[in-house]
Design a protein around this ligand. Structure first.
Ligand SMILES: [Zn+2]
Ligand SMILES: [Zn+2]
Length: 263
């Protein structure tokens, strides 16, 4: 049975993605508020008490806002590496946390094997994740200043990749954000631009991945259409056509994405 992915919401106001494999249902990050998570799960026919676990990428609020409600009030185990676990305990006071040691220690939840990997971002120990079952895999990487070797290595053979297409460089540079924030976003511990995202997807398609989800699209410094255009244009250049050679889904802040099957 292949892994299925559905983004419940993605962007700087909160990130949560549902990863499903039979009875194993994992929330990746819980930056949306609990009411919104419940509503959006309901829209896809799932209740919160079916959720097996929450996996955390890093301790920024847009990824952990609901950690204490989900962990302690709803008793859903929250998985994080050691440093991130300490940080989220400090920030939101959640107790029901399972620490998995270093960022590269694999672990299992139900029928899904999970390999975290380090990414470059301004958090204590930020990670992306690769989720695998017997015959499919999904790689998640948002909140990264640049695409490191681990992202490229682990994406090899992944059926679905969700990667961030955070900002349009010109919109960010000419936009109203304060200078320090612009510099933070553009730095190698910030976020990926549409351009870098598109180039990365181009390489991943050439190496065999066929389905992509664009995530963490800024509502201030980007437009979903622009992110979509940048990637499809880059893939056009290598002769790849959307829906024939690859699938591309744009995830949004305020609505549930289409469901993407990893096979
Ligand atoms: Zn974020
Ligand atoms: Zn972040």
């Amino acid at each position: 049975m292949a892994i299925e992915v559905q983004v419940l919401g993605s962007g700087s106001k909160g990130n949560t993605t549902l990863i499903k494999n039979g009875d194993t249902k994992i929330l990746l990050d819980c930056g949306l508020n609990v009411r919104v998570i419940i509503e959006r799960l309901k829209a896809v026919g799932i209740t919160l008490n079916e959720i097996s676990a929450v996996c955390i990428t890093h301790e920024h609020t847009d990824h952990i806002a609901s950690a204490s409600e989900l962990g302690d009030a709803y008793n859903i185990p929250v998985y994080a590496n050691k440093l991130t676990a300490q940080a989220i305990k400090r920030r939101v006071g959640v107790k029901n946390v399972i620490e998995y040691g270093t960022p590269t220690d694999s672990f299992g939840i139900g029928s899904i094997d999970i390999t975290p990997f380090a990414i470059s971002h301004d958090a204590v120990c930020p990670v992306g994740y690769k989720f695998m079952d017997r015959d499919s895999s999904f790689l998640y990487a948002t909140d990264l200043g640049y695409v490191n070797e681990d992202v490229m290595r682990l994406s090899q053979g992944a059926d679905v990749v969700m990667i961030e297409s955070n900002h349009d460089r010109n919109m960010l540079i000419n936009g109203h954000y304060p200078q320090y924030l612009k510099e933070r976003i553009l730095s190698n511990k910030g976020h990926l631009s549409n351009e870098t995202c598109a180039m990365t997807i181009q390489k991943m398609l050439e190496r065999g991945t066929k389905s992509f989800i664009l995530g963490h699209i800024s509502e201030e410094n980007n437009l979903p259409e622009l992110a979509f255009w940048q990637t499809t244009t880059a893939l056009d250049k290598i002769g790849a056509s959307i829906d024939k050679d690859y699938k591309l889904v744009v995830s949004m802040q305020r609505e549930v994405s289409e469901r993407v099957k990893a096979k």
